[in-house]
Write a protein that binds this ligand. Sequence first.
Ligand code: NAD
Length: 510
Amino acid sequence: MVTAPPRREDSAGTARTLHHWSGGQRLDGTSGRFAEVTNPATGAVTAHLPLADEDEAAAVIAAAKAAFPGWRDTSLAKRVQVLFRFRELLNARSGELAELITAEHGKVLSDAAGEVARGQEVVEFACGMPHLLKGSATENASTGVDVHSVRQPLGVTGIVSPFNFPAMVPMWFFPIAIAAGNTVVLKPSEKVPSAALWMAELWREAGLPDGVFNVLNGDKTAVDALLTSPDVKSISFVGSTPIARYVYETATAHGKRVQALGGAKNHMVVLPDADLDLAADQAVNAGFGSAGERCMAISALVAVGDIADTLVAKIAERTRGLRTGDGRRSCDMGPLITRASRDRVAGYVDGGEADGATVVVDGRAGEFDADGEGFFVGPTLLDHVRTDMGVYTDEIFGPVLSVVRVQTYEQAVDLINANPYGNGTALFTCDGGAARRFQNEVEVGMIGVNVPVPVPMAYYSFGGWKNSLFGDTHAHGTEGVHFFTRGKVVTTRWLDPSHAGLNLGFPQNG
Ligand code: NAD
């Protein structure tokens, strides 16, 4: 963070000064605090991001609050038409958004395009809001009495998102929140703010009324303003476990409903009967895709029985063939998000080696296809990892795949169930009975059978167990609709003279 007005520019001299988005227009930062946004493939500073103070946060929240009554009262048909327009615009221009993501996050362009597509699925789900918001009705529940239920929007909803999915994670929430009649204040990660600002402009183009979608840029100060403001009715958070816990505890203490998705340590179990070529392909895809910076990345591969030597050899061969570099250059894998992250990940590999793990493929040094000083660690494969090593116990969030060897299926499941995280897991096998038993026994929220990254479709809900989720509501799907609405039950009797008269007893059916 810098406190002086930004002056440094990247090598091309084009570092931009960014802004907030409030009430349908740009809002310049006034706090005097800025963060640098970098292109992690080159290390160049590409933008200066204003970090909001309490007054700026209050102004953005006020814009969202002012827009709420009008948007809530806009007919469902008209609200959904705006979503359809947003969808069409995003379809036409998704490439622009993918490029923005690659430029600030570093993931390769095809991966960025995939992220946009998965976010777009939630927009499409939310286009079905007229159906999703239908309540229920009972005629003549008591004599002459009808009952019906409705779900109504909350008001201003807050979203706080992480760096690793600049578009998709906000889109897990805001299409549903908006379609249901809420207004939104999105606080994106300060490392990747441009996708949020781009989507704000797209909403304006789609005809969303001013103030329904707002972007508040900042750090802890901005987040705390959302967590404590009485005008913010819900918080949807995605990020690391310590912050997720803090967000959950603080926002619930301030009377809000909260869904706070945290970190992960995802295991892929390979049974002796599995197709080892398929398993090796998928371990590489899931371990090193997006440089391991996915909450559903596989970071621990559990080889069961005597397949480990063969499997490790197959994974190593594939890993050595990967090309790491600038995500705009058709590489397989891009850089890590910051220099500090690069150093932290390399430090974990050092630690694993010192603890006795075998470094089968070493990504700490190597050739990277990029200009400048990007934040690269190549794909790294560690074997003979024990569960007491830091590379196993911690979420590394980098391209490091650790192989743990066990003898039995039971030992593999015990390992997963003993882990404090419970986001995703995968089993590779040709045995349907084993797969059925695994999905029943494993204490994890999202499970893949011969699928390494089992991210649920938009019409199901995304969420982990244990330290991977605080609160009980998962993201999107019907749980998302439930989160962004609250229920009302209306009991109606049209006047009937035969039921007139006093009765001070508790209402009973009759
Ligand atoms: P992070 O926790 O550092 O930041 C997430 C958000 O919280 C950012 O917007 C950041 O500005 C804000 N923040 C950071 N420190 C804060 C503080 N002290 N007080 C209040 N707000 C604060 O996470 P990250 O590094 O951006 O993202 C990576 C993490 O997110 C990983 O742990 C990953 O597993 C997790 N993640 C989880 C999921 C999931 O679905 N469970 C999805 C994506 C990422």
